[in-house]
Ligand binder design. Sequence first.
Ligand SMILES: [Zn+2]
Length: 243
Amino acid sequence: MERSCARAVEIGLPAIAFTDHADFVKVHPEQYCVDINGYLAAVEACRAKFPDLRILSGVELGEPHWFVKETADILAAGPLERVHGSVHCVRIGGELIDASDFRHQDASFDIAGATREYFKEVLAMVEAGQPFETLAHLDYPKRYWLEGAAPYREEDYEEEMRAILRAAAQSGRVLEVNTTRGNVLCPGRIVLRWWREEGGRAVSFGSDAHDPDKIAAGFEPARQMVESVGFKPAKDPTDYWRR
Ligand SMILES: [Zn+2]
């Protein structure tokens, strides 16, 4: 975290948010649950060390609608300033699989069907009323597309994504533009336009960096895209972009 703060200062970011993972499903080596008290102490230590950088606390709740008590326990340790909700895992044929493993399936894997399952789960999460503000990496499976499968096209999932966006807009949520894949923005322009059309009011930027060197990578194309769809920056650089 300290190296990330140093990097943020170096590249001139006014603020940084650490939204560490609270994953309660463990089917992938990268899933883990933050030690929330240790994390909050680390945020305080970073704030003391980098007084000119705004350091926002936060968490990324994985599948919070499946883990209501665990989610409440994490949030009770707060306050947390940025709370993301995200789905990583879907149940396919009775088995839980992380969508980042879609790319490792064999050629018989129905990736389009699995992606529909994924979106169904995101809708369930948004509708379940768990206390998260930002919808993280809406089209996560597209980052892990199976080689040889028909390419991912947003239009193929328009109905599913619009239903999610409508529910997210109605509950006052914020849509994250996740830039972890650089120029492959998650979600891209078409979906951002649907977000606007479905009543979405705010957008956040997340580089999902997991590494100090990748902080804010991809923010420039993301900024251009978000601006082109009609969202504007706030005066406070830590605030969301709004229409
Ligand atoms: Zn995630």
